[in-house]
Design a protein around this ligand. Structure first.
Ligand SMILES: [Zn+2]
Ligand SMILES: [Zn+2]
Length: 343
C-alpha cells in the first residue's frame, strides 16, 4: 500500500513537498503534543487561572483592534464576577455572573469541555458494556498545504467521510467520536488533525489502517493509534481540543478574523452506532460515579458540607482577577485558615 503512486496532480504534490521541508513533520507534532499535554497537567490551578486571564485579555485586545466591540465587551463581562462556594480550603463550586459562550473564551471552553464529558462519558461506558468493543484514540493527520483554516478543516473532514464509507472501517469500528484540532506552525501553515475515540470491534494491523487513510486522503498515511485504558481520561484528552482549539496567546488579529468566519463549523461529533446509541441513551443511577463532579456540585449551596472535608461551605464574592490568588491560598494554607480577607 505504501508504494501506491499518488494520483493527485503533480503540481500540488510538489508544492506540498516543498512546504513541508521547512515545517515540522506530523511525526514530530505527535511527539511534541504528548509532552505538551504532560506539561500542562503539571500546572497548578492558580497558574491555569492566571493563564486564562491573560488569554482573555489578549483576545479582548484583538477584538477591540478589529472593531468587534460587542465581542470584546462580552468577553470582558464573562466570568468577571464570581460567586465561589468554599470551605476555605477547597473550592466546591464557582458560579459566574455571565457566560459569553464565545468559542475561544477560555472560561467558557472549560465549561463546554465539562458539559461534553458529563454528556458522553456515561454513554461511552454504557456503549462499551452493551457491545464488546475496545476504545482506541486515533489521531489522523494530513499533508500541509497553503490553504486557510476552513479549507484545511474541510479537507480532513472530507477524508474522514471517505474513510468511514470504506469496508475496512465498517468492519473494524462500531462508532465513536471525532474532534478537530487546529495548530499553526511558524511558517503560518495550518495543521489540522482529527482526534477520534473509536470503538474497535476487533484487533487489526495498523499498517492496514495506514493504507486505508492513504486511500482516503490521497497523500497521507500518517496517523497515531493507542488503546485507551481509562475512558474518562481518554475523553478528557479529546474534548480538550474542543475547549481550547488553539494556542490563542500566539494569535494575531488575522487569526481571530479568520476564526470569526468559522462561526458554525462543528468541532466535535459522534459517528456510527455510537451516534444512535447517544440519542436513546438515558443514564441510570448505576452509570453515575464519583467522577461526575459537575452534576454533583450543581446541587451545592451555602451551608452544605464541603465534599472534600465536610466543613460548611460559604459564599465568597470576588472578581476574576482575585481568583488566581485565592487558588494560591487554598493550595498553600493550613486547614480552616483562609477566607476572612475575601469577604
Ligand atoms: Zn466566556
Ligand atoms: Zn473543604
Amino acid at each position: 500500500m505504501k508504494q501506491l503512486t499518488l494520483s493527485t496532480s503533480s503540481a500540488l504534490a510538489d508544492g506540498s513537498r516543498r512546504l513541508s521541508q521547512s515545517s515540522p513533520s506530523p511525526h514530530t507534532y505527535l511527539d511534541n503534543r504528548v509532552t505538551k499535554s504532560q506539561r500542562e497537567n503539571k500546572r497548578t490551578r492558580s497558574q491555569r487561572a492566571r493563564a486564562r486571564l491573560q488569554t482573555k485579555q489578549h483576545l479582548v485586545g484583538l477584538a477591540r483592534g478589529l472593531h468587534e466591540g460587542e465581542l470584546a465587551d462580552k468577553l470582558e463581562r464573562c466570568h468577571s464576577r464570581l460567586s465561589v462556594l468554599t470551605c476555605g480550603r477547597h473550592i466546591a463550586r464557582i458560579i459566574p455572573n455571565f457566560t459569553c459562550e464565545f468559542r475561544l473564551c477560555p472560561d467558557c471552553g472549560r465549561r463546554r469541555s465539562r458539559k461534553l464529558q458529563n454528556k458522553y462519558l456515561p454513554a461511552m461506558r454504557g456503549f462499551m458494556l452493551h457491545h464488546k468493543v475496545t476504545p482506541v484514540h486515533l489521531v489522523l493527520t494530513q499533508t500541509h498545504r497553503k490553504e486557510n483554516r476552513k479549507q484545511s478543516a474541510k479537507r480532513i473532514k472530507d477524508s474522514l467521510t471517505r474513510l468511514q464509507r470504506r469496508g475496512f472501517w465498517k468492519e473494524y469500528f462500531k462508532g465513536g467520536t471525532w474532534s478537530l484540532e487546529f495548530t499553526k506552525d511558524k511558517n503560518g501553515l495550518h495543521h489540522t488533525h482529527l482526534h477520534i475515540i473509536g470503538f474497535r470491534r476487533k484487533f487489526f494491523d495498523i499498517e492496514l489502517l495506514r493504507g486505508e487513510w492513504l486511500a482516503a486522503t490521497g497523500d497521507s498515511h500518517v496517523l497515531h493509534l493507542k488503546q485507551i485504558q481509562d475512558i474518562a481520561a481518554g475523553l478528557r484528552e479529546v474534548v480538550k481540543y474542543v475547549s481550547k482549539p488553539l494556542d490563542i496567546r500566539r494569535f494575531g488579529a488575522d487569526d481571530l478574523k479568520e476564526f470569526l468566519g468559522l462561526k458554525n463549523m462543528r468541532m466535535f461529533g459522534t459517528f456510527g452506532e455510537f451516534r444512535d446509541f447517544c440519542k436513546d441513551f438515558e443514564p441510570s443511577d448505576n452509570d453515575a460515579d464519583g467522577s461526575d463532579l459537575e452534576s454533583f456540585s450543581r446541587d451545592l449551596v451555602e451551608g452544605c458540607a464541603c465534599p472534600q472535608c465536610n466543613e460548611p461551605l460559604f459564599d465568597l464574592r470576588m472578581s476574576a482577577k482575585e481568583l488566581p490568588q485565592f487558588y494560591e491560598q487554598t493550595e498553600s494554607s493550613p486547614p480552616g485558615k483562609v477566607g476572612t480577607s475575601w469577604n
